[in-house]
Design a protein around this ligand. Structure first.
Ligand code: 9MR
Ligand code: ZN
Length: 562
């Protein structure tokens, strides 16, 4: 027991609390989906003391106590760690506090993330554009085919072409190349590294065709991406209407879609994605792989003949997602590395790609992130996944050193907060959920290189956060956990008259600088970063969904299911 003066003070406060405040105070912050039997089971509580853990029959299994309070810089509260690791048998357990009684439950099991993992992949199916979602796959979320009309080139309306397909990027109906590439990057690398986590049980139209469902689902996006490439190898940056549609079901959105200008980020990301997938799809469909290979080569040629960055800005009278960037070097690096491995796979000389990669690495291009702004981490992933080090010892070592250094820096951050997160307060930006899970990707890579357990535990801690071990006490994945968020910013989900959202959608999560009116109204200025989240559908800057927030999370659950 760790009763102290401090506890007395807290108990006095509790005594005067009521309703929701009391409920929130009592509730432990933990992974609401559960913990695997063999893993560390960290939780965080607001109330100090010795807790009893009871099984479903009400028998006391063990006791666990808090230690000293930790002042947490991410939520700016004093909180306590509670380690539930002593519980090592499958079951459902209650946490019981001597003063407050039953506080909340948690589950321990085998492969507890299987369902959420599969749902997060299936959620991408629900983002499909250009086809009807049929009831047998989509259930109550079925809808008619959307966005079937020919598209026009923004800067030359006389050019029209067919570009149906792909996934809606987010809560809007736009489809954008750079985030698409990153999504495919997360998913295909997760598949390459942890194939056992990807089965054939998603119930999508292609299920049962002998090809893993993840590969089927990604192909839906890849087929669309291919349509975004011009004859000269240039790739349009994005495909959206002039401004976002109103809140309508997708099939009711009849706005004209435009292919916006080519950017070198889009071309390079496209090139990398196609080169990567040409390798991976070879064994499933050689013709499709050939098509992607040719597309990758065409875009590579474009990059060679356009060495200067071609950045992207929204034209003045249009305001759909910009996905702007200041540099295309990380994208070009990723392209060079993937082209190297494609060449290797096809038994060709890859020196030119190797040299290009080295050129960018010498310029200190960042190589530890996996987001749509910085894709350099994918270059590291590719290089470090090749045990033969065929791209050369020098490049391999540059990547390895950078990855380990970043893994260590993040581990240091974990020591500074009660949630054991590799997050600094300023990391809670728009889409912080992906900052969280991209760090998981980095650590899983560092873990493979070193076998250091602390890295694997850190990945776990970040999935715990996503599934409820955070100050908001929400699980940031729809349909999973005891208190999942329910009101994602998403046109179809808001308009479909169905109360429960599609399961398996990752929210953008807390945003320390919320940019939308709804969040601004509900959050007092100066609110601690991890608390800057509102579960209302209007809040696009804290509670939207995107394909790449899902894919990054999927990588993490794939790692945990390895
Ligand atoms: O995810 C993007 C986030 O990192 C940016 O800060 C934000 C503002 O530029 O845009 C986010 O992307 C949105 C995109 O522009 C349009 N579709 C919805 C995306 C998620 O909010
Ligand atoms: Zn659509």
């Amino acid at each position: 027991m760790y009763f102290s003066e401090e506890c007395d003070k807290i108990y006095t406060i509790i005594f005067y609390m009521e309703g929701n405040a009391l409920e929130g105070f009592r509730k432990p912050m933990l992974n609401q989906v559960g913990y695997n039997v063999k893993q560390k089971k960290p939780a965080v509580v607001k109330m100090p003391g010795s807790y009893e853990i009871k099984d479903e029959q009400g028998r006391v299994v063990t006791g666990v106590g808090t230690r000293e309070a930790i002042h947490d810089p991410l939520c700016r509260e004093s909180l306590y760690k509670l380690d539930l690791s002593k519980v090592d048998k499958p079951g459902k357990y209650q946490l019981v506090h001597p003063f407050m009684g039953e506080c909340g439950s948690f589950t321990v099991g085998e492969d507890v993330y299987r369902e959420v993992h599969n749902a997060m992949i299936k959620a991408l199916y629900f983002q499909r554009c250009g086809c009807a979602l049929e009831e047998k796959y989509a259930g109550v979320y079925k809808h008619e085919a959307c966005h079937l009309d020919k598209v026009q080139v923004w800067s030359d309306r006389s050019i029209e072409f067919e570009a149906t397909g792909g996934w809606h990027d987010a809560g809007d109906y736009g489809r954008y190349i750079t985030p698409a590439a990153v999504t495919i990057g997360h998913l295909i690398y997760a598949f390459i590294k942890y194939p056992a986590a990807f089965t054939d049980e998603l119930n999508i139209p292609e299920s049962g065709n002998g090809i893993p469902d993840l590969i089927n689902e990604c192909r839906y996006e890849l087929e669309w991406m291919l349509k975004m490439q011009r004859e000269d190898g240039g790739v349009y940056h994005k495909l959206t209407s002039q401004n976002h549609a109103d809140f309508l079901m997708p099939e009711e959105d009849l706005l004209q879609f435009y292919a916006f200008d080519v950017s070198s980020m889009a071309v390079a990301d496209f090139c990398a994605t196609m080169a990567l997938c040409a390798r991976v799809y070879q064994k499933y469909d050689a013709d499709f792989a050939k098509k992607m290979e040719a597309a990758a080569r065409k875009s590579w040629n474009w990059l060679e003949t356009h060495p200067e960055p071609v950045l992207f800005r929204n034209p003045e009278n249009s305001d759909t997602g910009m996905y702007g960037d200041y540099s295309d070097m990380d994208e070009r690096l990723w392209a060079a590395v993937e082209m190297f491995y494609l060449a290797k796979d096809r038994k060709e000389d890859g020196t030119v790609y190797q040299n290009t990669a080295m050129e960018f690495l010498k310029k200190n291009v960042p190589i530890v992130d996996f987001g749509w702004t910085d894709v350099g981490g994918f270059a590291s992933l590719a290089v470090l996944s090749d045990a033969e080090k065929s791209i050369g010892e020098e490049i391999y070592n540059i990547c390895k050193t950078a990855v380990i250094a970043e893994a260590e820096r993040l581990l240091e951050l974990c020591r500074l907060n009660v949630f054991e997160m590799g997050m600094a307060p300023e990391d809670f930006c728009w889409g912080s959920s992906m900052v969280v899970t991209n760090r998981g990707i980095l650590w899983s890579l560092a873990y493979e290189l070193t076998g250091k357990e602390a890295y694997a535990e850190a990945v776990q801690c970040h999935v715990d956060y996503l599934l409820g071990k955070n100050i908001t006490q929400y699980s940031f994945v729809t349909g999973f956990g005891t208190k999942p968020y329910k009101n994602p910013h998403s046109r179809p989900l808001q308009m479909d008259d169905i109360e429960e959202p599609v399961p398996g959608l990752v929210s953008g999560g807390p945003n320390g600088h919320p940019g939308d009116p709804a969040a601004r109204k509900l959050l007092t200025p100066g609110t601690a970063p991890m608390k800057c989240f509102v579960d209302v559908w209007e809040s696009y800057s804290t509670n939207e969904i995107t394909i790449y927030w899902n894919s990054s999370a999927i990588y993490n659950t794939a790692f945990l299911r390895r």
